[in-house]
Ligand binder design. Structure first.
Ligand code: KPL
Length: 323
């Protein structure tokens, strides 16, 4: 087959695997990048992690991606690419953007340039990632998904992972199906959803209900369900997100239940925001609660609970930031 990328061609000869082996370029060296990269590499794909965190790049190049899961641990090899010294990584069959939301714009040109046969994919939290990537890749070129896979960074290149579902917004050209198949082949459950916007806003409702509270109180996702006052804040935050979504014409039924379900399904996770706060890193609060408050203001929908969470997390970040 002529058009097939070299990596795919070469590796296909090797074995009777169900899905073709591909080259996968992951932007990010954080928890989710390490976990998904590890799973994909173990499934036989040619994985590269691109980032700027020197300690992680060095650890991955030396020791591979080290993944701990409930039923065992594994190490998988990956190439690394230092974006600080070389901004343009080689192209790949799949490009996954898993950096923090505030870094998306800075990697967008490289991600768009590296994506063969289409645009990059984002499984990131929050609003604005798709738009930032589309700015570089072109409208309609970006694959959008949401994942509840849990990943806790244990150190550079080391992660504890929890398998959970990823949903990818359907595309007519089969690219979304190919991404879902790639994930499934690595033992990561994935399905397609017809409506990307509803998918993103549903994930946003869960993130706005869960992430700020876990970060403020230092608890895992499941612990939020144990206190009535936390449950009612979760419910109110999720309901506000649903109200803003409704003003945009998107219906999110039972937002509180949705948030509770995600907290239950990811009970053991320490949310990404809690992990950020714990390592003194900038959180994604602006792409989550901040985006809801801004959109609410624009559309005339009150969002007092998200505004209070935004304020509280910003104060928390300022207090925790290394001086
Ligand atoms: O997306 C997440 C995050 O931590 O950012 C959830 C789904 C809440 C899992 O922890």
């Amino acid at each position: 087959r002529r058009g097939r990328p070299a990596t795919l061609r070469a590796r296909r000869r090797r074995g009777p695997l169900r899905s073709a082996l591909a080259s996968v370029l992951v932007f990010g060296t954080g928890a989710l990048a390490t976990f998904l990269g590890g799973r994909l590499s173990r499934a036989g794909h040619d994985v590269t992690l691109a980032g700027t965190w020197a300690a992680a790049l060095a650890a991955i190049a030396r020791d591979g991606l080290r993944v701990e899961e409930a039923d065992g641990s594994f190490t998988a090899t990956a190439r690394v690419h230092d974006l600080a010294s070389r901004p343009d990584p080689a192209s790949a069959d799949f490009v996954l953007v898993l950096v923090k939301a505030h870094r998306t714009a800075s990697v967008a040109p490289a991600a768009a340039a590296a994506a063969r046969g289409g645009g990059p994919a984002t499984l990131q939290n929050g609003l604005g990632n798709r738009e930032a990537l589309e700015e570089a890749a072109g409208p309609g070129r970006v694959l959008v998904g949401a994942t509840t896979a849990g990943a806790t960074l244990l150190g550079p290149g080391r992660v504890r992972g929890h398998v959970a579902e990823t949903v990818v917004g359907e595309t007519r050209d089969g690219r979304a199906g190919a991404l879902a198949a790639l994930l499934q082949g690595a033992g990561l459950p994935a399905r397609l959803a017809p409506d990307v916007d509803r998918l993103l806003w549903s994930k946003l409702a869960a993130n706005c209900a869960i992430n700020p509270l876990t970060a403020l109180h230092g608890v895992s996702n499941g612990a939020l369900l144990e206190r009535p006052e936390w449950r009612s804040t979760m419910a109110a935050a999720a309901a506000e997100v649903a109200a803003v979504a409704a003003a945009r014409g998107l219906r999110i039924p039972e937002p509180a239940e949705l948030a509770f379900d995600v907290a239950r399904a990811t009970a053991g996770n320490r949310s990404s925001m809690l992990q950020d706060v714990e390592r003194g890193a900038a959180t994604e609060i602006d792409a989550l609660s901040g985006a809801v408050v801004r959109e609410g203001r624009r559309l005339g929908v009150p969002t007092p609970v998200n505004a209070a969470l935004l304020e509280a997390v910003r104060e928390h970040e300022a207090a925790a930031a290394p001086r």
